[in-house]
Design a protein around this ligand. Structure first.
Ligand code: ADP
Ligand code: MG
Length: 396
């Protein structure tokens, strides 16, 4: 019998699902479906992950699909069953999001039972196959690339704060790479005066040996390591996509988190960083040109199949008087927004002082939202074998 969690369902559907799954069903309270699986499962009292997540028709379809695509990556051992009017279009979108089954809202108990059983056995089958992969993958750190079509939208602000935040969540865990090869300003945002910079880290002896590479990193007082940008635009121009790829692979063997700040748009170096990334933070200012640009960039990356498994959409410079709502943005870009950063006077001051907001410990609404972003990465991963029940361990 599978462990089932039911979200976004009314009482009548909850009853049918309970009958169908013969009791082992946790019904989550109605409310907005979080895009992030950790947030959804935080609501489970015993913290045990389900085999099957059934999402009822009370959730918005984009939200269900966004959550399903995340789960597909973060916790492939959970089967997602969606209950909604099954049109051909929705089938296609659902399959792409990794939804296991799409069921019409009126389905009777026996048919529901068959579908839940099928989803449950798919989940345990997948888990058996996936376990060894997840275990070998553990030895490579997460590469988080911050990208945006435009400049001045906060990439450096976000990447420096994310890196500082991750360092404080796990000391010595993080390296920040400045891939804005011509006009990088990570060093200035962190108040660092680097002895070595990006060209030193990718050319010469550092490119051959990870131990040597570590001696070319700049250390920040917080314990964060950094590869700062080239001294001149010309020096930065000599960095190829292959250089970037090699550098990030070496750093990921040494650090749990490799945070990559990039130049606006899709340069050769940024594409290489996206290619190596486990996660992308797509950033945009919360205004019409910014959001349109973001949409175009997402479209291009989708076409190139270059959106990494973890995708995080962040809006910056949010302003209640700006006239754009998160919902408007989501409709335009066709996917959920994960974090909204407010416009804050504390940010330019922190940039100018070379002290990221999360380092200064200032209480500010922006700092709070930045911490929310950090916790998306610092949280315990969902695929933690110990959290599945003993019977699954026995099965694998
Ligand atoms: N939420 C915010 N509120 C106010 N100012 C911000 C905010 N985010 C970034 N800034 C400021 O905007 C400017 C550009 O940010 P930056 O991070 O350098 O952008 P990018 O790296 O995308 O070019 C900086 O001066 C920074 O201090
Ligand atoms: Mg920048």
């Amino acid at each position: 019998m599978s462990r089932v969690v039911l979200a976004a369902a009314d009482e009548e559907l909850a009853l049918r699902v309970k009958h169908a799954a013969e009791g082992d069903v946790t019904v989550l309270p109605p409310g907005r479906l979080p895009a992030e699986p950790t947030r959804l499962f935080e609501q489970l009292v015993d913290g045990e992950l389900p085999d099957v997540l059934v999402i009822g028709p009370m959730a918005r379809i984009v939200e269900t699909l966004a959550l399903a695509s995340r789960l597909d990556v973060q916790a492939p051992g959970i089967s997602v069953v969606m209950i909604a009017e099954p049109t051909a279009e929705l089938w296609q979108a659902a399959m792409r999001a990794g939804v296991r089954d799409l069921l019409p809202p009126g389905l009777d108990v026996p048919d529901l039972r068959t579908a839940i059983d099928r989803a449950g056995s798919a989940a345990s089958g997948r888990r058996r196959v996936l376990r060894p992969v997840a275990e070998t993958a553990r030895y490579t750190g997460r590469v988080i690339t911050i990208a945006s079509p435009k400049g001045g939208v906060g990439k450096t602000t976000v990447s420096t704060n994310l890196a500082i935040g991750l360092t404080s969540s796990a000391p010595q865990s993080t390296v920040l790479v400045d891939l804005d090869v011509q006009f990088g300003d990570v060093a200035s945002a962190l108040g660092l005066v680097p002895e070595y910079s990006l060209p030193d880290a990718v050319h010469g002896p550092a490119s051959q040996d990870t131990m040597v590479l570590k001696t070319f990193l700049t250390q920040h007082p917080s314990g964060l390591y950094a590869v700062c940008g080239a001294e001149s635009p010309a020096a930065g121009d000599g960095i190829s996509g292959d250089d970037v790829s090699r550098l990030l692979a070496s750093l990921a063997r040494e650090f749990r988190y490799v945070v990559v700040d990039t130049a606006p748009g899709l340069s050769e170096q940024t594409l290489a960083a996206l290619d190596r990334a486990t996660d992308v933070v797509m950033l945009s200012s919360m205004d019409v040109p910014g959001v349109r640009g973001l949409r175009k960039e997402l479209d291009v990356l989708r076409e190139l199949c270059m959106i990494p498994a973890g995708r995080h959409v962040v809006m910056n410079f949010a302003d209640p008087k700006g006239g754009l709502s998160v919902r408007d943005v989501e409709t335009t870009i066709g996917t959920g927004v994960d974090v909204v950063l407010p416009r804050s006077k504390a940010v330019p001051a922190s940039t100018n002082q070379g002290v990221p907001l999360l380092q200064s410990g200032r209480k500010d609404p922006m700092a709070k939202e930045l911490r929310r972003l950090v916790s998306r990465f610092a949280a315990t991963p969902l695929m933690k074998p110990g959290r599945y029940r003993a019977k699954h361990r026995a099965a694998s």
